[in-house]
Write a protein that binds this ligand. Structure first.
Ligand code: ADP
Ligand code: MG
Length: 458
């Protein structure tokens, strides 16, 4: 890659993330080299390294790919002596040297397990519980108590950024605190595969089997990753069975329910369903606000000089509905930015500094989708939604659809009217008012609106 290409990437980034963000975060990066599909950058501080890699790593990678540069990964390293002492970083499996590996695999007595590092921040204390995740949380708590195994496996599933990994780490922390002698092994399904392949290559498959069968608690994150990878699935299946037979606890996560994972062997699917399967639902407004309040509290201690105006957190909870990771990223950036420029965190600052995130999480729901979902929900025909019938069983759902169209899209009333069979904008306004009025007294309607909103946002 030439300096030129990087220059082009910089220009593109400047456009998408805004000049301020660009100057603060991208400009200071120094491209060091590109080899084996890894682009390496020097950054001046640990803080920047974490922050840039979390918020811009993927964008940088995409931009490079778009210009024909082959990159699988971007890495950021602190160049100058860091301001903060670097945290001891466990060696990632793929970077282990021979001696590391030998140590990790061969020592089987009390040696540290070659587990993936646990994030110290992912504890039960820092996990905010709300309606969408209360069941998953309760199940995780139960397993973390480490009593007799009651459900095996515990299978947690849900969309990206909803807290699966957080809960798994929390279980591991808690188990380790309560029973330090317990051998808890946490790793991603991808790492499981890596180790398996490595063991095959180095003819240490017996060691591999022994290692995985000797743990007390096995946690495998993102198990959907092994779908379609036949020999890894096979090995996983045997490991799984061996542990279940010994009555050892297994905890699995995936991005969807066991039955919905494509290219996963039937026998594995049914095994995974044997225990307790719980899902993390998309967040609701209250949960998002709760999470933001908790994080903001933490940042207030970290940046004592900063003040946060009223309404900023509510604004973010309302606007950023994608996932918790994005929500957190937004808050982190906001505090970092405000502390750099020494300004109070106001709504204006938030809108300015988070323009790209806010744009990206703008719900792009269409009126057609709304009409379809609402019709489905009330069990009426889509044609009636748009047609002239005025009986209540059809008129009410139609008004609900009008209301949602107003609140979930940026369409004007006349535009909405056109999509409802060419109705006048005053008719639309009337429909919306009607729903607003009823919403106050009719709890069923409120529930319907909530549910439909969630379905449409998902
Ligand atoms: P997943 O593994 O489901 O993709 P993660 O567990 O990695 O999601 O969560 C993404 C981020 O959101 C993490 O930083 C996590 O701490 C945070 N997070 C998710 N849910 C919650 C919650 N209920 N309370 C506090 N933080 C949360
Ligand atoms: Mg995860």
């Amino acid at each position: 890659m030439t300096k030129d290409t990087w220059g082009q990437v910089c220009n593109a980034l400047q456009k998408t993330i805004g000049r301020n963000n660009y100057l603060t975060w991208i400009e200071p990066l120094r491209l060091k080299d590109l080899s084996d599909g890894i682009a390496r950058f020097d950054v001046p501080t640990n803080f920047m390294r974490d922050w840039v890699s979390r918020n811009y790593g993927e964008q940088i990678r995409q931009q490079l790919i778009r210009r024909g540069v082959e990159v699988d990964r971007v890495e950021f390293m602190v160049s100058a002596p860091a301001q903060l002492a670097p945290e001891p970083k466990p060696v990632p499996i793929e970077k282990m040297t021979r001696s590391h590996r030998a140590k990790a695999v061969a020592r089987s007595d009390d040696a540290d397990l070659p587990a993936a590092p646990l994030d110290a921040r992912f504890t039960f204390d820092s996990f905010v519980v709300g309606k969408p995740n209360e069941l998953a949380h309760a199940a995780a708590r139960r397993v973390a108590e480490g009593g007799p195994v009651t459900f095996n496996p515990l299978f947690l599933y849900g969309g990206v950024g909803l807290g699966k990994t957080h809960l798994m780490h929390a279980i591991a922390h808690e188990l380790q605190a309560r029973q330090p002698e317990l051998r808890v092994l946490y790793l991603s399904a991808e790492q499981f595969m890596y180790r398996f392949i490595q063991a095959l290559r180095e003819k240490q498959i017996m060691d591999f089997k022994e290692l995985f069968r000797s743990v007390d608690v096995l946690m495998v994150d993102d198990v959907q990753f092994i779908a379609g990878k036949d020999s890894t699935q096979e090995e996983f299946f045997h490991t799984f069975n061996a542990l279940v037979d010994q009555n050892k606890q297994i905890i699995i996560s995936a991005d969807r329910a066991p039955g919905e994972i494509k290219d996963l062997e039937e026998r594995i699917k049914s095994r995974l369903q044997c225990g307790l399967v719980v899902d993390l639902h998309p967040t609701d407004y209250e949960l998002r606000l709760g999470i933001l309040q908790q994080k903001a509290e933490m940042y207030r201690q970290q940046y004592p000089g900063l003040t946060l105006s009223n309404g900023v957190l509510e604004f973010l909870a309302h606007r950023i509905t994608t996932n918790v990771r994005v929500l957190e990223g937004a808050l982190t950036r906001l505090f970092a930015f405000a502390s750099l420029v020494g300004r109070e965190i106001t709504l204006d600052l938030a809108q300015d500094c988070l323009a790209d995130i806010l744009r990206a999480s703008d719900r792009k729901v269409t009126i057609e989708e709304i009409q379809r979902k609402v019709a489905e929900h009330y069990n009426i025909r889509l044609a009636d939604m748009i047609g002239p019938k005025r009986v209540r069983t059809i008129a009410r759902p139609r008004q609900v659809a009008m209301y949602l169209s107003k609140h979930m899209t940026t369409r004007s009333l006349p535009e909405i009217g056109r999509r409802f069979g060419g109705r006048d904008h005053t008719t639309i306004m009337h429909g919306i008012r009607k729903v607003e009025e009823l919403r106050g007294s009719d709890s069923q309607l409120r529930e319907d609106l909530d549910l439909l909103r969630r379905l449409l946002e998902a």
